[in-house]
Design a protein around this ligand. Structure first.
Ligand SMILES: [Zn+2]
Length: 240
């Protein structure tokens, strides 16, 4: 395991970085205000022990953020197939996971939102990234970049149009949850239907105003965060 922070990590002088096993968190009981587990529980073979540790270190006023993929969805299945598992060793179901987290961490679910995919893992890999890809994913390095971009744009469009029309969830990645032991003031969490294929940001339709255009019938927008060109599909009700 590489113990160095990646170069692109923003180093904050006021922060202390600790690299440790999540099943033996090196902090005192009830000493942590906020625990964030962002797209990580699906990778931990012993995630149940991690949740027990979260219960131990979280203080009574603390809260817990967890985001995971839908282990039974199309996006996760495609990712696992192309990347030969891709390090995902757990499959979570929404209701089952919520019950397990509430019971194990002694918290209650406060907020939840759906997270959508941009199939970001299908982007053209750099030569360095390609060295770490499994054999089945090497084709991503051989497809011309322009054609791969077209495929990803089409995949984002078709899956979202199917989801809007038939209530399927082909474009959904998973969920984000906020749990706490006591009621805390927290605003609603928006579910963004459109997600940038380069930086992974969820983008509301309002945030794209001024950057929208049409191209051969496709509606496109520039990501407000990274300026990448993305396809725009109007969100269904209850999504932004
Ligand atoms: Zn972006």
């Amino acid at each position: 395991m590489d113990l160095a922070l990646p170069e692109k990590t923003l180093h904050r002088p006021e922060a202390m970085y600790v690299w440790a096993d999540s099943s033996a968190i090196p902090f005192r009981d009830a000493s942590i205000d906020v625990v964030v587990s962002h797209h990580s529980l699906e990778h931990f073979p012993d995630y149940k022990t991690t949740l027990v540790e979260v219960r131990r270190v979280l203080n009574p006023q603390g809260w817990l953020w967890i985001a995971v993929p839908d282990g039974f969805g199309f996006d996760d299945a495609l990712y696992r197939f192309i990347f030969e598992g891709g390090g995902h060793v757990n499959r979570f179901n929404h209701d089952q996971l919520v019950r397990e987290i509430e019971r194990t961490t002694e918290t209650h679910l406060l907020r939840c939102c759906d997270l959508f995919s941009s199939f970001i893992y299908l982007r053209k890999p750099t030569a360095d990234e390609l060295q770490h890809y499994p054999a089945r994913a090497h084709f991503l390095g051989e497809i011309p970049a322009g054609f791969l971009t077209f495929i990803v744009l089409m995949l984002n469009t078709v899956t979202r149009l199917l989801d809007k029309s038939f209530g399927t969830r082909y474009s959904q990645y998973g969920w984000a949850f906020v749990f706490a032991r006591r009621p805390i003031s927290i605003s609603d969490m928006a579910s963004h239907f459109n997600v940038c294929r380069k930086c992974g940001s969820g983008n509301s339709v309002e945030s794209m105003s001024g950057s929208r255009r049409s191209f051969f019938g496709l509606r496109l927008y520039r990501c407000p965060h990274c300026d990448e060109l993305n396809v725009l599909v109007s969100p269904p009700p209850n999504y932004q």
